[in-house]
Design a protein around this ligand. Sequence first.
Ligand SMILES: [Zn+2]
Length: 388
Amino acid sequence: MLRLVELQLQSRQSLLFGRLAAEHSSTATVATVSSRFRARRARPVAPLHSHFQVVPVRTMSYPPRKGPLYDNLTVLGPDGAVLFRCGRKKFDWYLTHGLATQVDESTIALNFAPKGPGRAGQEWYLEDRQDQCVVCGTKQHLVLVHIVPSQYRRFMPLRVKSRSNIDLQPFCTTCHAEYDTACGLAKKTVAAHYGIPVEGGPWLKRPDWTRARKAASALLSAKIRSKLPTVRMAELVDHVSTVINDPVLMVDDADDHAPVDNLPFTHAQLMAVANLPDAERGDGFVEHGEGVIAAIMAERERRARMMPSPAPSPLPPVAEDEMDVDFEDDGGQEEDYMRDRRAMLPSVPPEHDPLVAFVRMWRMHFLAKARPQFLSPAYDVNADIMNP
Ligand SMILES: [Zn+2]
């Protein structure tokens, strides 16, 4: 029976990867998910097109970055070999601490022997990055976009997040809006696959909020108010009154606090009630990305336990540029990174690692859907996802 379930799960994950990443195939199995979602997972997966059509896809846009995206500065070892590329902050840090000597405007040489070989041989990390949209080549209105959506990325181990350079690509805001739509569809496929809805869950229905929202919307309209019979007006006021002190209501000081006609509410209060949702987060609410990554990590651990345990080996030295990482959505947690690194994730060969498969799936999705025409030939879907 268990074997049957596993086979079904395998075929479902193949479907997911096949759909999202075109020619990419994977043998990774679905992870165990929290019991909250088991009932949902037991349901057959609906045809993909139905997920694509039911809910309108939300698109996001970010303000373009001011100034250059990449400083393209070079750090040499004492022997003159290129160790890695870095940004201005790290470049200046070496100089002000007397750890490097300036060679020219954009190059420094370390005054000490580095612990490791840096990025020698890793073309992606040594070449110049271009300030241009990776899709259309424009140099205007650029944003850096995480190829693994932040919704998942924020729940990944820091060791994965710290190696974000190859998974952080420059888009113009127009191409990004288009790509974000494709990502929205892909997330729905991931959601169906893991049985964890994009909006997370579980949600608790709040019929009182729904009733109050509809009442407030009606009361906000002078035209409707003028036609309401007294009894109906009293009912609507009653519906709004039941929620008016709910702490979920956000009323800003800058809003319009003038009372509406002779109602016991201000305009701002009615506006807040008119924006109430239909449901609130239930007990044990899990965000979509959190649930998906937890499922993947649980599966990863299960596989690690099945692997013959390797002889313990000391951690390799931290590469000199390893701290030059992009934690832009994590607040620059270098100490956390080191702690995370020491915590040692269980070891799983990349070909059996569901986290590797998940990141590579998004890289394939990026190639297939964004069709980047200005991507470096050094881009590698199979590049490591983790720092050592
Ligand atoms: Zn573009």
